[in-house]
Ligand binder design. Structure first.
Ligand code: ADP
Length: 489
C-alpha cells in the first residue's frame, strides 16, 4: 500500500508543536510495518540553512495562485533512522522566511498564509503526480493541508494518478482552522459554488480545515475522547455540526511517542541516564536541574511544565492560584513560548520567588529533556488537549503527571484514586472540571503523596512501565488504511 503523508511540520526538520513529533515518527513506523510511505512538507528557511543531507531533485512544478503562476523546486531527504523519503517544496517567496506561520517572536499570522498553504496543497499533488506515486491514500494533517482533498475531488478529480486515491484528514487541534477572508477563494482557483455553508464557507470566511473535513474520505483525530468532544459545541470550535454529520467516518487514534528520542535510558540531553530498574539517575538529573535553575538542592517536589503559552493549556488556572501554589513547598519550572501576557506574568513570578520559580521563555529541546528528567511532577491542566505528548514523555521519565481529564489526557492518565491500589494502571493525578480550586487541590494531593516514598515510587514506575510507543498506534492506522482502501466510495 502506498501512502503519502503531508504535514506542515515534521521533526527533526521543523517543529512548533506535537504535530511535528507525530509527523516525524508515524511514517517511520508505518514503513517498518510494510506501508510504502512518502512525506511532503514545505522547505522553510530553517531547513534550507540546516545541516541535513538534502539533495535538489530535478523536479519543478507550477501552481496557479489566483491569476499568477508560482513555481517550485523539490528537495529530497530521508526521515532519520529510516528510508522514508521526504520531499520539501521550495518556493522562496512563500517559505524563505524565518517563521512557520507567524512573524517570529509574535503571534501575528503571516498575511499571505492562505497563499502559502494553497501552494503546499496543490504543490503536493503536482509533485505526487510527477513522482508517479499514485497513492492509495493521501494522509493530510491540520488546516494547512485541508484543501488537498478539496482539489482531489474537484479540479484534480479526473487525473489518472489519483484514480484510486482516498484521503484522510487528521485533526491535531481543531482550534486552528485556517480562516481567511472570502476573497481568498479566488486564490484557491476553486469554483465559487464551493463557497457555501455546507462546504468551504464558515460564517462568511474561507475555512481550510472545514474543506478537509467535508471532502476527505475519512477523518481521524488523536484520541478517542477528543473525537467525541469535538462533536459537541463546547469543544467543536464551530465545526461540531460538520463533525456530527460525519460521525461515522470519524475515529480517534491516540498518538505514540518516539522512544528513540524520549527515553531516559538513552537520552543524550540529560546528565545521567536511568530507567525503571535504576532510578538513581533521576535523582542526579533532579539535582542538576535544581542547580541550573539556582534552586536550593532540597528533597521537595520539582514541578515542571513545558508548553505553548496559550489559554488552551490551562495557564489561567495556574495564574489564578499562583500565590496559593507558592505557599506549598515546591519548586516550579516553566519552559514555554507564546502569548506576551503570560511571558510577562511568569517573568514577574520568577522575580518574586527566585528560589521557587524559574522560567525559560524560549523553544529549547535540550531544556525540555532536562525538565522532563529532573522534575517530579508534570503539570498539564489543559482546557482541551487533543492528545498531548508531554504527559506521555513524563510517564516514561517517571515524572508524575497532574492533568485535567480531557481529550488525550483522559485516555492516558488514570488517577491514583480511580482504581484499587493493587491494579497497576494508575499513573498520575487528574481532575475533571476546569476550575482552579480543583487544580490546586490536585497538586496538593500529589505533593502529599510525594512524601510517602514507596507509594510514590510505585506511581512513578507504573507510568514508566507503560507502553505508549508508536508501534501500537501505527497498527491502528494500518487497520484503518485497509478499511478505507477496501471501501468503495
Ligand atoms: P501541542 O502540540 O498542543 O503544543 P503537545 O503536548 O502535543 O502540545 O506537544 C508539544 C510538544 O512541543 C512537545 O514535544 C513539547 O516537549 C514541545 N514543546 C512545547 N513547548 C516547548 C518549548 N518551549 N521548548 C521545547 N519544546 C517545547
Amino acid at each position: 500500500m502506498k501512502v503519502v503523508y503531508i504535514s506542515p511540520e515534521v521533526v527533526p526538520f521543523a517543529k512548533t508543536g506535537g504535530l511535528a513529533d507525530i509527523a516525524g515518527a508515524i511514517p517511520k513506523y508505518l514503513q517498518r510495518l510494510g506501508i510504502e510511505m512518502t512525506v511532503i512538507m514545505p522547505f522553510y528557511n530553517i531547513i534550507k540553512k540546516s545541516q541535513y543531507h538534502l539533495t535538489k531533485t530535478d523536479i519543478r512544478f507550477d501552481v496557479k495562485i489566483g491569476d499568477n503562476h508560482k513555481s517550485g523546486n523539490v528537495y529530497k531527504g530521508l526521515l532519520p533512522d529510516s528510508t522514508v523519503p521526504v520531499y520539501f517544496l521550495d518556493n522562496e517567496q512563500y517559505y524563505g522566511r524565518n517563521g512557520f506561520y507567524n512573524h517570529p517572536g509574535t503571534t501575528k499570522d503571516y498575511e499571505d498564509n492562505s497563499e502559502r498553504f494553497i501552494f503546499l496543497c496543490q504543490g503536493a499533488l503536482e509533485v505526487i503526480e510527477k513522482l508517479n506515486i499514485c497513492p492509495d491514500i493521501i494522509h493530510c494533517n491540520d488546516w494547512q493541508t485541508g484543501l488537498v482533498s478539496v482539489y482531489l475531488k474537484t479540479t484534480y478529480a479526473k487525473k489518472e494518478c489519483f484514480r484510486n486515491t482516498k484521503t484522510i484528514m487528521t485533526i491535531h487541534n481543531i482550534a486552528y482552522q485556517g480562516l481567511f477572508w472570502h476573497w481568498d477563494m479566488k486564490l484557491t482557483g476553486l469554483d465559487w459554488s464551493l463557497f457555501n455553508w455546507k462546504q468551504l464557507e464558515f460564517y462568511g470566511k474561507l475555512n481550510f480545515l472545514k474543506g478537509g473535513l467535508v471532502f476527505s474520505d475519512f477523518i481521524t483525530t488523536v484520541s478517542k475522547t477528543y473525537a467525541k468532544e469535538i462533536q459537541t459545541s463546547e469543544y467543536g470550535e464551530g465545526l461540531d455540526g460538520v463533525l456530527r454529520d460525519r460521525a461515522e467516518d470519524l475515529y480517534g487514534i491516540i498518538n505514540g511517542i518516539d522512544y528513540s528520542i524520549w527515553n531516559p535510558e538513552t537520552d543524550k540531553f540529560i546528565i545521567a541516564n536511568y530507567g525503571i530498574n535504576n532510578l538513581a539517575g533521576k535523582q542526579v538529573c533532579k539535582r542538576a536541574l535544581q542547580k541550573k535553575l539556582n534552586f536550593p538542592e532540597r528533597n521537595i517536589p520539582v514541578v515542571g511544565m513545558i508548553t505553548r503559552l496559550t489559554d488552551q493549556k490551562g495557564l489561567d488556572l495556574i495564574v489564578n492560584r499562583f500565590q496559593d501554589l507558592m505557599k506549598t513547598d515546591i519548586q516550579f519550572v516553566l519552559l514555554g513560548t507564546g502569548e506576551k501576557r503570560y511571558h510577562e506574568l511568569f517573568k514577574t513570578y520568577a522575580k518574586t520567588f527566585p528560589k521557587k520559580v524559574a522560567v525559560k521563555l524560549n523553544f529549547d529541546e535540550r531544556s525540555a529533556h532536562e525538565i522532563e528528567a529532573g522534575s517530579d511532577i508534570f503539570l498539564m491542566p489543559s482546557r482541551f488537549e487533543p492528545c498531548g505528548l508531554n504527559q506521555l514523555y513524563s510517564l516514561k521519565y517517571g515524572t508524575v503527571p497532574v492533568v485535567r481529564c480531557t481529550g488525550g489526557l483522559a485516555d492516558t492518565i488514570t488517577d491514583v484514586r480511580s482504581e484499587p491500589i493493587l491494579n497497576g494502571r494508575y499513573n498520575g493525578f487528574s481532575f475533571k472540571e476546569y476550575n482552579s480550586d480543583l487544580l490546586l487541590a490536585t497538586i496538593i494531593r500529589a505533593i502529599d503523596l510525594y512524601k510517602s516514598k514507596d507509594p510514590w515510587i510505585r506511581l512513578m514506575t507504573n507510568g514508566m512501565s507503560q507502553d505508549w510507543s508508536w508501534e501500537r498506534s501505527a497498527r491502528e492506522y494500518i487497520t484503518l488504511y485497509e478499511t478505507i482502501v477496501r471501501r468503495n466510495i
